[in-house]
Write a protein that binds this ligand. Sequence first.
Ligand SMILES: N[C@@H](CCC(=O)N[C@@H](CSC=O)C(=O)NCC(=O)O)C(=O)O
Length: 271
Amino acid sequence: MFGGFVRRYAHQSRELGCKMVFTVFFPPAVTKAPVVYYLSGLTCTDENFVQKAGAQRKAAELGLAVVAPDTSPRGLGIEGEDESWDFGTGAGFYLDATADKWRQYRMYSYITQELPALLRSMPELDVDNAGIMGHSMGGHGALTIALKNPTAYKSVSAFAPICNPTQVPWGQKAFAGYLGEQWQEVAQQYDATELARQYSGPSLPVLMDTGTDDEFLKTQLHPWAFEEAARGKLQVESRMNEGYDHSYFTIATFMDDHLSFHAKHILPSAA
Ligand SMILES: N[C@@H](CCC(=O)N[C@@H](CSC=O)C(=O)NCC(=O)O)C(=O)O
C-alpha cells in the first residue's frame, strides 16, 4: 500500500500459549522505521485496524511502521471463553490475568515484552523509537502500558479510550474475571486514571480524541476523569469532537492527526 507493505505474521506465543497473529505496515523508503503500536478494542482482531482505520497513507508519508496485534489469546479451550463479546476471546484487556482459570490471558506481557522482542528481529524496524495508540479497550491498553513503561514509549494516543475502567461496567467485568475475587485491591495498576494520579515519571505527551455522540461516552469511557488526574503530570490534549461516535469512521477521521503527533515525538528528527 502507498509504496510500502502490509505484512501479516503468525507465531506461537510463549506468553499466551497459542498461535497469535499480528500485522505490520512497513513504510517505503525507510531503512529503519520508528514503530507505532495500535491496540484494538473489544471484538477486534488485528484486521479491523488494517482494513478500517485508514492509517497506511499517512504512515507511508511520515515513514512510520504501524504494528497491530490481536486483542486476546484465541482457542485456548477455556470454558466460557467465547460466551460474551466483552470478556474472553477478543477482550483481553491488555492485562496479565491472575485468576487461575484465565492465567493464559497475559496480553500485558505479550504487548510489552514478547511482541517487541519479536519485532527486534526485523531489521527494518526501530523498536527503540516507539509510540503507542489504541481504541476503546485498546485506548485503555495504550494509556496504561505507556504510563507503566514511560521510557519504552515516547508518545501515547487514544481514540475513545476507557479511561477509568475500575469505575465502569466493561472494566469491572474484565477485572473481576481476570484478576479474581480480590480484584479491587490490584486493579488500580490497570486503570489509566489511577496510574495518572500516582504518576511521577517523565511528562509524556498524550493525545486523546473522543466523540460527543459516542454511545459509550457516559457509561464506559470517562475521559474527564483521566484529564483531571493527569493535570500537571502529563502533557494531555484531550479533544471532544462534536457529532462523532465510537466507530472506525471516527478513528479514520482523526488517524492522520494521531500519526503526525507520534511522528513529532518518535522520528529521529524529533530527538
Ligand atoms: N457488540 C458490538 C459492539 C462492539 C464494539 O463496538 N467494538 C468496538 C470496540 S468497543 C471497545 O473496546 C470495535 O472496535 N468494533 C470493531 C469494529 O470494526 O467496529 C458489536 O460487536 O458490534
